[in-house]
Design a protein around this ligand. Structure first.
Ligand code: H2U
Ligand code: ZN
Length: 350
């Protein structure tokens, strides 16, 4: 008789543990046991002009507050004209009965233009052009992190209107803050305790395991690996992990920076090819804090969180049980990884 009591990750509802945040995700594979059947729609190509006179990020154009962008040729960094954090905020605390608690927070916010070309995205930029962006990110981490009141540097990109990006011009943001934000606090504590318990790095060990198993790897090169984490919440969520366990982008050598640029291009091309649209996502790097302490067990990585589920028009919303209980997914991380890994590395528009 068939044994129906054996727990199967591909069949049975289960929860998976995220060792980086120490939170759980509910996986419901029985809802999509079938192989891939979601429609692949040929959506309108959202081509942009190479230069948009209305764009506040294009070279030579005016921004809010009267600033004019220089005629930049590669990348361009400026202080966000609507910065969420400001460097001159006065210090202060507020506490009423341990229930109404607030602290002042200083910081700096910057915008990074990836290219003068309004119509490009990371997926459509050359590896040397992406490498220039990697160098800017590394330099900004150093420069902002070296400021005495900055203890954490969050580099990220909101891509696509669906993720709240205000402009299709290829750009990202940097928020440098006085305190370490929630997600990083969780990951730092988990990596530290894992190291104390196992005597080795959490992400170094995890990467080794994933390379051995292979089933969640999307794309890899000599220096970086992109994979769908075992505990992914978003359907096509990925993580990029450096093979050498460095703590931040500034520690990457020349070859590693080229490797990161190569992997970013190959991953984002696959994303665009998945539904033949400029694939929306929020991505960002997690790096060690810049508070002067040593973080020898911190392992540089990037997270990609894309909202699309089955097609260019079906997106995930975190509602209901997910807001009140815990996040949930149907397609398993293994299915998503297989689908992404099988896609072409030639961009559908090229
Ligand atoms: P997002 O597309 O991820 O929102 O990033 C664009 C940032 O650009 C946004 O944070 C800033 C906004 O505050 N911005 C300026 O600094 N100057 C402008 O003239 C318009 C937008
Ligand atoms: Zn532009």
């Amino acid at each position: 008789m068939e044994n129906k009591t054996k727990f199967d990750l591909n069949e049975n509802p289960h929860r998976r543990y995220n060792p980086l945040t120490r939170e759980w995700v509910l996986v419901s594979p029985h809802r999509t046991k079938r192989p891939w059947q979601g429609q692949i729609e040929e959506t309108a190509r959202d081509e942009q002009p190479a230069y948009d006179p209305q764009c506040y990020l294009c070279p030579g154009n005016a921004r809010a507050g009267g600033h004019v962008n220089p005629a930049y040729e590669k990348t361009f960094v400026f202080d966000n004209d609507f910065a969420a954090l400001l460097p001159d905020t006065p210090a202060g605390n507020f506490n009423e009965s341990d229930l109404l608690v607030a602290e002042s927070e200083r910081g700096l916010c910057r915008v990074v233009c990836f290219s003068p070309r309004h119509d490009l995205t990371l997926a459509r930029m050359s590896v040397p052009a992406i490498r220039a962006v990697v160098d800017v990110w590394a330099a900004q981490y150093r420069e902002l992190g070296d400021l005495p009141f900055i203890n954490h540097v969050q580099i990220f990109e909101n891509r696509g209107a669906m993720m709240g990006a205000s402009n299709p011009h290829p750009h990202g943001q940097i928020w440098a803050s006085e305190t370490v934000p929630n997600e990083s606090v969780k990951e730092i504590a988990a990596q530290k305790e894992y190291f104390q318990k196992h005597g080795s790095g959490l992400l170094a060990d995890y990467l080794k395991l994933e390379i051995e198993r292979g089933e969640r790897i999307v794309v890899q090169n000599e220096h970086f690996v992109a994979l769908v984490p075992f505990w992914a919440v978003w359907a096509f969520e990925t993580m990029i992990v450096s093979r050498r366990p460095v703590a931040n982008l500034a520690q990457l050598n020349d070859a590693e920076r080229d490797g990161l640029a190569d992997l970013l291009r190959r991953l984002t091309i696959r994303y665009d090819n998945l539904f033949k649209v400029s694939f929306p996502y929020t991505m960002g790097f997690h790096q060690a804090p810049t508070d002067g302490k040593t973080y020898e067990n911190y392992h540089l990585h990037a997270h990609f969180y894309p909202p699309l589920l089955r097609s260019a028009t079906v997106r995930k919303f975190m509602v209901g049980f997910e807001m009140l209980g815990m996040p949930q997914r149907d397609v398993t991380p293994e299915q998503a990884a297989r689908q992404l890994s099988e896609l072409s590395e030639t961009h559908y528009l090229d």
